[in-house]
Design a protein around this ligand. Structure first.
Ligand SMILES: [Zn+2]
Length: 542
């Protein structure tokens, strides 16, 4: 047989968690056709002697809905060895959109216009075709966002839906599933999703059940609004009552006062699994989270959207109450020193400073400083001037918990990042991304598996391949065996490591070391650490 591609002499990890064996991998017409000793000729050969050969990595938690339209070669992902990514996440996606939402996106994401991406789609089907049209270097497994659907139907209303509204949301979710979504994502921590009771979420998830989809959630509370046990209980309940497999997005424990609960949270998941509820999770391997400061203020303050928030931030009485809530959140999250500014479009000189430092520079109280920064930013958003978000990297987790969660066999790997590029529009938009954008997968392999011995290399790879593939219901990916789609990552197990760091800005977007080659649907997309420009990625519709 003449193969399209043979990966020769590598240490093959199938992705099932078993030890490696030495073999060649033969690829033809986008599929793996043989794993073993291959004597036939090949149009293209990758020499993998001394290297590990694994199924392509799957990023189970990603926010690239918009940025991948600007960087279709998915630079940050390809260099990490990621062949498939998954979005929307945290309930927030790119469809369905109405005119008001489109207008907001155009205003809030001017980078799209700069990159000649016209925000003119409405439905999930239209959005996915737009993604497909221009070609992508990696695969995308689509998920529908609850927050997007709720805003589409109800705006930022802080109340339960009417029966008609609930019906409308069900219809939108069904439409998205018809278009190929593999499940639903919620971000019950975020407004307006936090306005929904569990029963509403269960009703909507039942629609997903009919299609055999799954449920993934940024749970209601990871420790920052008071009840992490209740939040894990809630997601288990959603799984139990709907029969849908549930996944805890970026599983972690925020807030010092809840750090000790981590073993109990894990136990709760174990108990539910023993009972037959399918619960999994994903995780990024960092102590710091990354989010917008708007998520730290009381949820009533966000009701009605940015226009209302600006009014509240200009009223001394409501500002005082917002400040009280913010003070509590800030305290739980390690104080103003632990809040590092990663993007602030109104003043880029603040990027890389923490809130305490900015406050000292301005000679004001840190809390007042945070409120000022937020007010100025939201005002500029409402006026249509802000070019991007106000983001914070926040050191709020305990390393022991990061490792404990990583050791659980039901925890996969997800970046919680975005497609990013060290050059061009995206770099101007997010000048200092969280290091997880560029480092997540090599960091688990290099720092946690090889250096710290937190888990075996084969187990780490399983968390990046067959485990997320099962969660997504991808029956022909995630394993390196004949018949599977030819998504293959080749890396050096002795040197693989992340290089991206929290500061300075230039260090946040350093490509990792040791990821040598990436094959996507049979096309070599990264060769000797260099992108080839291949766009063989597919939309992986359910
Ligand atoms: Zn999230």
């Amino acid at each position: 047989m003449l193969y399209d591609l043979v990966v020769r002499d590598g240490k093959v990890f199938t992705g099932a968690g078993n030890p490696w064996f030495k073999a060649d991998v033969g690829v033809k017409e986008g599929r793996i056709v043989e794993v073993g000793k291959i004597l036939g000729d090949a149009k293209e050969v990758i020499d993998a002697d001394g290297l590990a050969v694994s199924p392509g990595f799957i990023d189970l938690h990603d926010h690239s809905d918009y940025t991948i339209m600007v960087n279709r070669e998915a630079d940050s992902k390809v260099h990490m060895g990621v062949s498939t990514t998954v979005f929307a996440s945290c309930g927030s996606g790119a469809a369905p959109l109405n005119e008001k939402m489109r207008e907001e996106i155009r205003r809030f994401s001017p980078f799209l216009e700069e990159a000649s991406v016209k925000v003119d789609w409405s439905t999930m089907e239209e959005y996915l075709s737009r993604l497909e049209e221009g070609g992508l270097s990696i695969n995308v497994a689509p998920i529908v966002g609850f927050g997007t659907v709720r805003r589409y139907v109800m705006g930022m209303e802080m109340r339960a839906p009417t029966p008609a509204e609930l019906d409308a949301m069900k219809k939108e979710i069904a439409k998205a599933m018809e278009a190929g979504c593999r499940g639903i994502t919620t971000g019950l921590r975020y407004d307006p999703q936090s306005y929904a009771e569990t029963e509403e979420v269960i009703e909507l998830t039942r629609v997903v059940a009919e299609y055999g989809g799954f449920y993934t959630s940024h749970i209601r509370d990871e420790g920052d609004r008071g009840d992490p046990l209740g939040a894990v209980e809630e997601i288990i309940r959603i799984g139990r009552e709907t029969g849908v497999p549930v996944n805890i997005s970026h599983f972690k424990v925020l807030s010092k006062r809840f750090w000790d609960l981590c073993p109990r949270l894990i136990e709760m998941v174990e108990e539910a699994r023993a009972e037959g509820v399918q619960v999994t999770a994903d995780q990024y391997p960092y102590r710091a989270s990354g989010t917008g400061l708007g998520a730290w203020i009381p949820k009533w303050a966000n009701e009605g959207g940015n226009e209302e928030l600006v009014k509240r931030l200009n009223d001394p009485d409501t500002t005082e109450r917002i400040k009280e809530g913010l003070a509590e959140a800030m305290d739980d999250r390690g104080g103003p020193e632990a809040a590092l500014i990663s993007s602030y479009p109104l003043d880029e000189s603040l990027v890389g400073m923490n809130i305490a430092e900015v406050a000292a520079r301005r000679g004001v109280d840190p809390l007042d400083c945070a409120v000022d920064l937020l007010r100025d930013h939201v005002e500029s958003v409402v006026e249509g001037k802000a070019k991007g978000g106000f983001s914070i990297v926040n050191f709020n987790q305990k390393e022991e918990n990061v490792e404990l969660i990583m050791r659980q066999p039901w925890v996969a790997v997800g970046t919680d990042g975005r497609v990013h590029s060290p050059e061009g529009i995206l770099n101007r938009l997010i000048p200092a991304p969280h290091p997880r954008f560029y480092g997540t997968f090599p960091r688990v392999l290099g720092r946690y598996a090889r250096e710290k011995g937190v888990l075996h290399l084969a187990d780490a790879l399983r968390k990046m391949t067959s485990l997320p593939a099962s969660t997504l219901g991808l029956s022909d990916r995630g394993l390196l065996v004949p018949g599977m789609c030819a998504d293959i990552t080749v890396f050096d197990p002795e040197t693989v490591i992340d290089r991206s760091d929290y500061t300075p800005a230039e260090a946040t977007k350093l490509y990792p070391e040791g990821i040598e080659h990436l094959v996507v649907n049979g096309a070599v997309t990264l060769r000797d650490g260099e992108q080839t420009g291949a766009r063989a990625g597919l939309i992986l519709r359910l």
